[in-house]
Ligand binder design. Sequence first.
Ligand code: DOR
Ligand code: ZN
Ligand code: ZN
Length: 366
Amino acid sequence: MLRLPGLIDPHVHLREPGAIHKEDFESGTAAALAGGFTAVLAMPNTDPPLTDALSLARAQAAARSKARCDYGLYLGGAEDNAPQVAGLAPSACGLKLYLDQTYGPLRLVETTAVWAHLRAWPKDRPLAAHAGGRSLAMVLLLAALEGRSVHVCHVSRREEILLIRAAKEKGLPVTCEVTPHHLFLTQADVPLLGSGRAEVRPRLATEQDRQALWENLKVVDCIATDHAPHTLAEKDGPQPPPGFPGLETALALMLTAVAEGRLSQEAMLRLMHSGPRCIFGLPEQEETWLEVDPDVQWEVRGEALQTRCRWSPFEGMRLRGRVRRVTLRGRLAFEDGEVLAPPGFGRDLSPAAREQRGGEGERGPT
Ligand code: DOR
Ligand code: ZN
Ligand code: ZN
């Protein structure tokens, strides 16, 4: 049995508020624990989106009573809320800027709005950008001009990873993540998945793009699932929304790659634990570990997953490595397919919430 630290997913969509038929804090954090993640950072493109104090307070209240694992909430940048969200920074895990069109209303059209956020958001707090192609070049330039860090979400193409590599070589404080689906799937899988189910942003790319991600894994700072649950009825319907669930397949995909010699176990832990923890300034989760059977082979079946959407783009794939037990802050949180941590056990990892808990330490009630 392999003992690993709790994994951290810096990019998930938990759909609460507004679309809890797809997922909510309870089901999404159950999926996280089943996949070996003890902390998840949730995106703000909810309904309503998290763009001000009231929407943040409502999401915080829902998460506080429902989350089973630890979490952070991102605020979302809108065209006109740069000073307001900057004032809320201590209560969030970071700010998310959408420079390209994707699911939800948060796209920033004006360059001046992007710039205003890069200027106003505290330099010592994480700022993450959904930006591919030219939008990526744009946000890298603006961040460099402002002398601040930027974290690039779900890098999917060769030209993008090469641009980030060049920015890092110049010494710019740029970090990035890749998703398991962009490491394991390409355009060639679209007909097999069906066009609606294959919808995802960024889109599945070419085999050359996929290879470039593997070849530049040293440039990558973390794996993020971009867990984006939508129901099968929606994915197979007339206007399929983009997104794949990914929390329960990420570790096994990476362990399968480790078994095949594509990366070392140390590299995997850098990408799924220490990398995200460092970038997002997260506290150590005391008495937290996973027990993983690295040799067990299993077949992905959507029906057997904890996520409310109960499907997977990896359906039918045989993967190696399975989470047997998760211990979170001294408490058995998951064992052999059963989620044991109750709703409300999860803690908000934002600086303000940690400060409020004061001297209590980061261990859970026993
Ligand atoms: O495929 C995606 N789905 N990409 C995104 O950027 C958003 C996400 C979602 O919220 O469904
Ligand atoms: Zn995105
Ligand atoms: Zn996303």
